[in-house]
Design a binder for this molecule. Structure first.
Ligand code: SAH
Ligand code: SF4
Length: 367
């Protein structure tokens, strides 16, 4: 009887060690070699893994597959930002964005097809949740972008889980991907440069904190009162601001490291003078920095953008009160490349995107 094939990208290092031991009688050393070939050298052809014995290679090659990323579409903004539409299993489509910044690029990946959280200012939220992505489907976005970046002679230095979906609603798929991204014989990224953004699933935040998975955390606060937050983020009914910020306080951050608080400024709704002052109060004593994200006007979701000057006023006010604040202006506006505003459907042809754009890259603040 032939066994089903296994998708290599769905294995964490420790899971691979266990499988090799159980099924192949191979040691941990083989897992190291495989991780090095695949993630460090980009080699997926067992023939080339010459430091593994021929017999074992033969058996491994009958068992493992390495699905390739399928780029369905790619758009390039005049500002250098690139948006990729990936086809994953079953013809589902998800987006990933290479966000061009001054000195580096940040890769924003999707964790789900759609999103269950239904935030009223977010295009992905209007799709509902179709399903979570597997670890392989997440890593295929990374692999596809790495491969395509060769055409541009660039690369990314940071990865943020801020594309479609709520990453902590796909806890296993996402944390396993994070483990491989930050494994020194995997992609070898620093945990400081991998950020998971959540709308505030408190139990999963606590689980992540206790798991020992080193990763940076961003939390979408987006309001300063429970009333307003519940209005725009239904998740707040379940885990209100107080519980959310308590979980932020308990999240282990390394020295000189902070949790990012994201604040989408919805003109006239959550960006009043009183909000600005309340935000300072809420942030007091927390190990955080704030990313202000001006809402983009043309979402057609019934919200307004704040005036540019007002966004600067907020930033100044926060900074003056001892809270580090950054502004995330939109990138790739001409190609609708906004993380958090991405929407696709599962038909073969992507729906023409009339979405506004705005990006949030959650990059680590300039020191
Ligand atoms: N689901 C996760 C991560 C994806 S959303 C989360 O909500 O945190 C990434 C960011 O984009 C979040 O901070 C979200 O608040 C923000 N966002 C979503 N829609 C937006 C919009 N229309 N304008 C500005 N930011 C938006
Ligand atoms: Fe989902 Fe984040 Fe959009 Fe809310 S903002 S609907 S959690 S993707």
């Amino acid at each position: 009887m032939t066994q089903a094939t296994l998708d290599f990208y769905n294995f964490s290092y420790s899971e691979l060690v266990e499988l090799l031991d159980k099924e192949f009688g191979a040691t941990k050393f083989r897992a190291n070699q495989m991780f090095e070939w695949v993630y460090r050298k980009g080699v997926t052809d067992f023939e080339q893994m010459t430091n593994i014995g021929r017999d074992l290679r033969e058996r491994l090659s009958q068992r493992f597959v390495f699905p390739k990323a399928r780029i369905h579409d790619r758009q390039i903004s005049t500002d250098g930002t690139r948006k990729y539409l990936f086809e994953v299993e079953g013809g589902d489509l998800v987006e990933a964005v290479m966000i061009k910044q001054l000195k580096r690029m940040t890769l924003c990946v999707s964790s789900q097809v759609g999103c269950a959280m239904a935030c009223s200012f977010c295009r992905t939220g209007t799709m509902g949740l179709k399903r979570s992505l597997s670890t392989s489907e997440i890593l295929r976005q990374v692999n596809g972008v790495i491969e395509d970046a060769k055409n541009f002679g660039d690369s990314f230095s940071n990865i943020v889980f801020m594309g479609m979906g709520e990453p902590l609603h796909n806890y296993d798929g996402v944390t396993r991907a994070v483990r491989n991204l930050t494994n020194s014989i995997g992609y070898g990224m620093s945990p400081r440069k991998v950020t998971v953004s959540t709308s505030g699933l408190v139990p999963q935040m606590r689980k992540l904190a206790e798991s020992g998975v080193a990763v940076s955390l961003a939390v979408s606060l987006n309001a300063t009162t429970d009333e307003t937050r519940t209005e725009v983020m239904p998740v707040n009914k379940r885990w209100p601001i107080k519980e959310l910020l308590a979980a932020v306080k308990d999240f282990p951050v390394g020295p000189r490291k902070k949790v990012t608080i994201e604040y989408v400024m919805l003109g006239g709704l959550n960006d009043t003078d009183a909000d600005m002052k309340r935000l300072v109060g809420l942030m007091r004593g927390l190990p955080v920095k704030v990313n202000l994200i001006p809402y983009n006007d043309n979402a057609g979701l019934g919200f307004n953008s704040p005036a540019r000057d007002w966004v600067f006023t907020w930033q100044r006010y926060l900074n003056d009160h001892g809270i580090q604040a950054f502004i995330r202006w939109s990138k790739g506006a001409d190609i609708a490349a906004a993380c958090g505003q991405l929407a696709t459907d599962s038909r073969k042809e992507p729906r023409p995107s009339r979405l506004p754009v705005l990006q949030e890259d959650g990059q680590q603040a300039a020191a």
